[in-house]
Design a protein around this ligand. Sequence first.
Ligand SMILES: C[S@@+](CC[C@H](N)C(=O)[O-])C[C@H]1O[C@@H](n2cnc3c(N)ncnc32)[C@H](O)[C@@H]1O
Length: 237
Amino acid sequence: MRVPGSRTRAKLVHGAKGFVFDAANFQAMVDLREKHRLEDSMGFRGQFDEHRRFQIELLKNLGLKPSHQFLELGCGPLTAGLPLIEYLDRGHYTGVDIRESVLNMSWREVGKAGLTSKNPRLICSDSFGSIELKSETFDFVYSFSVLYHLADEVLDHYFAAVTQRIASGGFCIANVNTTIASDRWLEFPFLKRTIQDYANGAARHGLTTTSLGKLMDLGFRNQAAEADNPVLKFAKR
Ligand SMILES: C[S@@+](CC[C@H](N)C(=O)[O-])C[C@H]1O[C@@H](n2cnc3c(N)ncnc32)[C@H](O)[C@@H]1O
């Protein structure tokens, strides 16, 4: 049974709460919390904006065009993915990640940015999308801050997947860690390897490796440890 006047009272209470929310600028706090959640799921607190800016600029400088088919392995919270979805033609962005929790966050970001009609595809997979992608190939295969989280055996699967996914004339771009001591990040290892280690692993799957230079030489602006990361290009022989 409804108490007389209860709807009016609820409206007044809601209005008063809204007033306090706006007056105290709680929205800014909510936005900051959301940003921290995104940053924590990509591993670089306070660096989200520069990671996003750098990655999209890097890819455009490497020749990415809206018409290209793009596959991001380890897409995380769409740090690069969101501007890529906006830039690429409808249906040309595919992101793969092993964590469902981060992809749930990513879908929310797509909606908030009003990019649903771009029809991005996000795949949750522990085999780099081997089942879902069938025989599809891509002009760009891309992984940022991912390869150093892959144990040797997983890295071998990664190179097998990359070989299968690169379209004729396409290539794979990824940064690696050659300087910071091995450690852990969340449930993943964090591994220091040499460029030669990666080149050897890639060669086992018929891929050549070229170093494009360090992040800092390629326009990364933050004075952070990852500025030292080499960016590698893998292509079919
Ligand atoms: C440091 S985050 C970087 C995310 C994103 N590339 C970025 O630049 O923000 C590494 C991501 O790789 C994902 N990852 C780790 N191992 C993976 C695997 N075997 N397959 C797919 N994704 C993986 C993690 O879940 C995480 O989202």
